[in-house]
Write a protein that binds this ligand. Structure first.
Ligand code: DO4
Ligand code: MG
Length: 284
């Protein structure tokens, strides 16, 4: 099932189910928000009941899809794909050993990415820092996790990053990763999927400049080195998330070293089984 958060013509923001290409079921008369739904003991049967109830159905064209992140902190894991490890080791002599070690270490690299109110959704702009020379999008399968540490769904995330700042010194990682419009998530959350099923998905990214495709790349979710349970277990170690959490799971697609994003570039990320997230680049 595909869940979403959408804005009506009246500007009211509502939780919903994407029932087909052109229809959204408005759950707002029954469900306060997606976050409370994710706390249900048996989410799948709750959702099955909701789809059978006669809630208003809206033409998708009359609504605007928003990021589904409501109150969750957003975190990210790094260096979960071999491709990411190699790219980081090449970008920095200074930090190469750290990336090499973390790829094989029992403890993954986890970092804070965004407060929920700073996350951008589909059609919003994603940012490149005005003091960075080398900026890239990172297309990442993204977990939606409830307060009990259960993955309740999957969505699409973009961990926008400044590679020159990250490569200069590992201690600059928060500046390379956290700035205005550096995190896009959405639009839909797919529920009822097992890890084995999600591992069969492909992730694709296309970057278009002035109508021309300037980068295209693909990877498979199955290239993620660690199990999903392991990633969530480390995130929830010695830490509580009363509204749940959102976790970006690392990138396996890295544009070539000469490539940097420019203003007005269009970044489209597709995850088969989830959907696509598209944003336009702006300088911040
Ligand atoms: O420390 C580097 C961050 C790595 C990352 O964000 C990724 O692999 O996706
Ligand atoms: Mg990343």
């Amino acid at each position: 099932m595909k869940l979403c958060r959408f804005k009506k013509a009246s500007s009211q923001v509502c939780p919903g189910i994407v029932s087909d290409e052109s229809t959204i079921i408005d759950l707002s008369s029954e469900v306060e928000n997606l976050t409370s739904l994710f706390e249900a003991e048996d989410l799948n049967s709750r959702l099955a009941k909701l789809t059978k109830t006669n809630f208003p159905r809206l033409e998708r064209a009359t609504t605007r899809l928003m990021t589904p992140v409501e109150r969750q902190e957003v975190w990210a894991v790094g260096v979960t794909y071999l491709r990411s490890k190699k790219a980081r080791m090449e970008e920095s002599d200074f930090s190469a050993t750290a990336y090499d070690k973390v790829y094989d270490a029992p403890r993954p690299e986890l970092f804070f990415k965004s407060f929920p109110e700073k996350v951008v959704g589909p059609g919003d702009s994603v940012g490149i820092r005005s003091d960075a020379q080398w900026s890239v999008p990172e297309p990442e399968l993204t977990f939606v996790i409830n307060s009990r540490g259960i993955i309740v769904g999957f969505t699409v995330g973009n961990d926008m990053s400044s590679r020159d700042i990250e490569g200069e010194n590992l201690l600059y990682l928060p500046q390379a990763k956290i700035y205005e419009h550096s995190c896009a998530v959405g639009p839909v959350i797919v529920t009822g999927v097992t890890e084995a099923e999600a591992r069969m998905w492909k992730i694709q990214m296309t970057i278009t400049r002035n109508g021309q495709r300037v980068f295209e790349g693909e990877t498979s979710v199955n290239q993620i080195k660690r199990t999903f349970g392991e990633l969530v277990e480390y995130l929830f170690r010695s830490q509580k998330f009363s509204h749940g959490a959102v976790l970006l799971t690392g990138t396996g697609i890295v544009p070539p070293d000469g490539f940097t994003l420019e203003e007005q570039d269009r970044v489209r990320i597709d995850i088969s089984g989830v959907g696509s997230l598209e944003n336009i680049v702006t300088k911040v």
